[in-house]
Design a protein around this ligand. Structure first.
Ligand code: FES
Length: 572
């Protein structure tokens, strides 16, 4: 059967294809399109502009640039809206809604006639949602990032969201700055539109996407306000036209090896721990399992090369000036699978060869002289980690990497909020703070609450870091000795459910160990007395779908019915 293109694709079912096309064209002609325009290949453009989303404020201009690229290449661009998620405007959490956005995007990619799709995303959950959708819909697709914000200043200091947001808030809580100053800071932290200007989740996902071959070279770091951001959009539109012709689908690009390249990038940039969960979800859509043990081994041989906040000192606009992704990939080359196909139609190795030459800079270090010698993110096992938990070593205090302390347990986010600053909280700096029932189902939505605040009375004494453990996530812009994603989560009976205040907890990152002292009999007694929290029950709507279907962090917290199972491959 002849392959249908453009407006002839995916005709609405009326039982008469000629009628369906005639009716479709009758309606679309009301928008002024000519027969010539309607005979061209169609490139869909997912527009995630929303007045609630400053990270996507530039999306309309990028859409315009992508359209220009499509039209210059002889195609018809068709913009369509999808859900847009911003971190601070997503109740209860953006993670709770990521799968909904991925379903919306996937189904629109299937339902609307398009020969290829350009996905415009940026804020933390939007790029993962779009890549999950692209992997499942499997039509030619290009990811375009909205791009990072520029850094700004507060007094003499450079600032940018959101590591500095947390740092100033910590100073305010400790009484080091007053209400007037925190008010002034609030007006300085986000000086332009665009995604967070540090190595948070948005930057991490953009760089990983480029390393995995789903974005045109150079696209991860161009600031949102630069003219190059629009030229990049135009190029993406033109390239989408070619991809439509070539039938270059995500399943040809997103292979176990390309996910391994994404993981290498994650480690080398000291990226957000959220990158692991999102990659597990995207790979899971293709039946590919993230091998966490292999990832841990990869961590030992992949140094952190990029000196960006939260673990380093610089901002995304500095990384862009330093050469952006090209500067990182050139250094990482010996560790990458170079024969992976990319959306350009060339391999990653060919793209690295074609990248512009580097110049002297101090943001991306050579492989021989890294910021940290390997071990960005470690995978922990032990009776408190269950199927695994992760810790971002490069963000830890060195003296806490091996630590034994008394557990101080908080049962929920509400319990944490109520008691953490109580003057009579029984806590000392050597204790281990534990937050449970904050995972995918427990919270719900696996919030970024793993950065448990230092209790006010300890913060006032100058305590800056403590060992903290939870089944939730942490913002990529945060730092500290923080164990995350304990799986399975407490709300489904994972090990965190059975630790009690006063138990001895042991963290040994060099040995990859997370455990607590409890006898088998005592553990059995606690298990028998346990019941799931009421928050894991929902009666209707999306909440019910979420509770019935959400998987654990090791499967990317995707919905079970959206993932491809059983796994047919593993990352190397
Ligand atoms: Fe959107 Fe940080 S809030 S990227």
């Amino acid at each position: 059967m002849k392959k249908q293109i453009g407006m002839r694709r995916g005709l609405t079912h009326y039982g008469d294809e000629g009628f369906a096309l005639y009716l479709r064209k009758a309606f679309i002609k009301a928008m002024g399109y000519s027969d010539d325009a309607l005979s061209r290949p169609v490139i869909g453009i997912a527009n995630t502009f929303s007045e609630y989303n400053a990270c996507h404020a530039n999306a309309p201009k990028i859409v315009e640039a992508v359209k220009r690229g499509v039209m210059l290449a002889g195609g018809l661009p068709m913009e369509f809206p999808t859900i847009s998620l911003h971190e601070s405007f997503s109740f209860p959490t953006s993670m709770y809604l990521r799968n909904l956005m991925s379903m919306d995007t996937e189904e629109m990619m299937r339902a609307l006639p398009m020969d290829a799709c350009v996905l415009i995303g940026g804020c933390d959950k939007t790029v993962p949602a779009q890549l999950m959708a692209a992997a499942s819909a499997d039509i030619p697709a290009i990811q375009v990032a909205t791009g990072p914000m520029l850094s700004g200043t507060h007094g003499e200091e450079r600032v940018g969201a959101c590591t500095d947001c947390r740092r100033f808030w910590g100073s305010y809580r400790a009484g080091d700055i007053d209400a007037d100053e925190i008010n002034r800071v609030e007006g300085r932290l986000v000086p332009t539109a665009g995604t967070c200007g540090v190595m948070g989740t948005a930057s991490t996902m953009a760089l990983m996407t480029e390393a995995m071959g789903m974005m045109l070279p150079g696209g991860a770091t161009i600031p949102t306000v630069h003219a190059d951001r629009l030229r990049h959009g135009e190029a993406a539109g033109a390239r989408a036209m070619k991809m439509a012709e070539e039938g270059l689908c995500p399943s040809k690009i997103l292979t176990p090896e390309s996910f391994a390249n994404g993981l290498r990038m994650l480690l080398a940039i000291g990226g957000s721990t959220n990158g692991v969960v999102h990659l597990a979800a995207i790979a899971g859509r293709l039946g590919i399992e993230l091998d966490m043990e292999a990832f841990d081994r990869m961590g030992e041989e992949t140094p952190v090369l990029v000196d960006l906040k939260p673990t380093g000192q610089f901002y995304m606009d500095d990384l862009h000036r330093a050469g952006g992704t090209a500067a990182i990939l050139r250094e990482l080359k010996p560790l990458l699978h170079l024969d992976c196909m990319t959306i350009t139609g060339r391999t990653l190795g060919e793209e690295i060869e074609a990248m512009p030459p580097g110049h002297t800079q101090n943001i991306v270090r050579p492989l021989s002289d890294p910021i940290h010698k390997g071990g960005g993110i470690a995978f922990l096992k032990g009776n408190l980690a269950g199927d695994g938990a992760i810790i971002k070593q490069s963000a830890c205090s060195g003296d806490l990497l091996t630590h034994e302390g008394r557990a101080v347990v908080f049962d929920s986010l509400e319990d944490l909020a109520e008691r953490i600053d109580a003057p009579d909280l029984d806590v000392s700096k050597d204790d281990v703070l534990i937050l449970r029932n904050a995972g995918p189902k427990g919270a719900p939505g696996m919030p970024e609450a793993g950065y448990i605040p230092i209790p006010k009375k300890l913060a006032a004494q100058g305590v800056k870091d403590m060992v903290r453990i939870s089944d939730c996530r942490m913002s990529g812009t945060a730092f500290g000795t923080i164990v995350l994603h304990a799986t399975p989560e407490a709300a489904v009976g994972g090990p965190l459910a059975f630790v009690e205040t006063g138990d001895t907890v042991r963290l040994d990152v060099p040995k990859r160990l997370l455990e607590f002292d409890v006898t088998d009999e005592e553990l059995e007694r606690r298990r028998a007395a346990w019941s799931a929290p009421a928050t894991t029950h929902a009666e209707r709507g999306y909440a019910k779908l979420y509770m019935d279907q959400v998987t654990q962090a090791d499967e990317g917290a995707d919905f079970a019915f959206l993932a491809k199972r059983p796994y047919t491959a593993k990352t190397p």
